[in-house]
Design a protein around this ligand. Sequence first.
Ligand code: PAP
Length: 334
Amino acid sequence: MAKLSDHESSLVPKYLQEDDLSQECKELIPTLPLEKGWISTNFHQYQGFWISTMFLQATLSCQKHFQALDTDILLVTTPKSGTTWLKALTFALLNRNKYPNIHNNHPLLTTNPHVLVPFLEVDIYYDKDFVPDLKTLSLPRLFSTHIPYVLLPNSIKESSCKVVYLCRDPKDTFASLWHFSNKVRPQCSEPLPLEESFEKFCRGVCLFGPFWEHVLEYWKESLEKPEKVMFLKYEEMKVKPNFYLKKLAEFLGYPFSKEEESEGVVDAIVNLCSFEKLSNLEVNKTGKVGFGVENKDYFRRGQVGDWKNLLTVEMVEQLNTIVEEKLGKHGLNF
Ligand code: PAP
């Protein structure tokens, strides 16, 4: 790809700037299988997972530089599995004493959840020349990532930090991903043909895919180390958000007291973080997150089963069969 001039670079959102690569990445890329990306130009298959050029570089940088603390909390998802929601809920629960007045003055009322909880690969390690000092952050440090388990920095696996994994019915994940990709693709590009994108998703070719391998790794970890990895499902959280928020608080070591429950703190956090509330805030209707995606693009419908408005009967059968074969035998169903 030809290098952009400074002026051109300033017009292109950060997530589409792909020409400023580390030497390590430049040497690695030609050795990896290649596919066309959904949003970015390319995907590279690294240790079994399809990753865009810049996220590959950021993943390598994260592996090299990130030092987990025992008190850290890491929120993990495949893209479009409910990341924004999980970030909001976890931020609000950890900071409930700092911001007791949820209806006035709460950061989530004026700041997008992605700004409050940075992604390791999107916000922290994206730039090849800059490794931020994370020692000054207040504890517990809260980060998020889409990085597959196999590619996480060792210190995350070896420390006692907590990992919260949220997954979503792959049919809705695919639908959300397809809509999102069409919104944030470079302006001059055509919309992604649905059939072609679906075929790629079924082959595992999507950001940090295959979807099922990503989910399975964290599912197995959660079974082996339930004190370290908590596994949540979007659909279950939609049905019983209060129940799962309390479970999350217990898992993280910040349980709600009886007084807090009777004072309605759990309800207040669930309401504040609901799709209806967040998507209607001015901050989430305007503005952009640091890497250039518009805040509003993180809020579409926020429903379970919206795939029914997109997928054909044949597509549903095909995806259900794959998911049953890959995940059903491990006890994971949607
Ligand atoms: P990311 O992985 O790219 O960060 P993520 O937040 O997982 O994004 O994806 C957005 C999806 O979560 C959208 O789903 P949809 O396309 O099916 O509508 C978005 O609507 C949904 N979402 C965002 N905020 C919430 C929320 N507070 N509650 C439930 N769903 C939400």
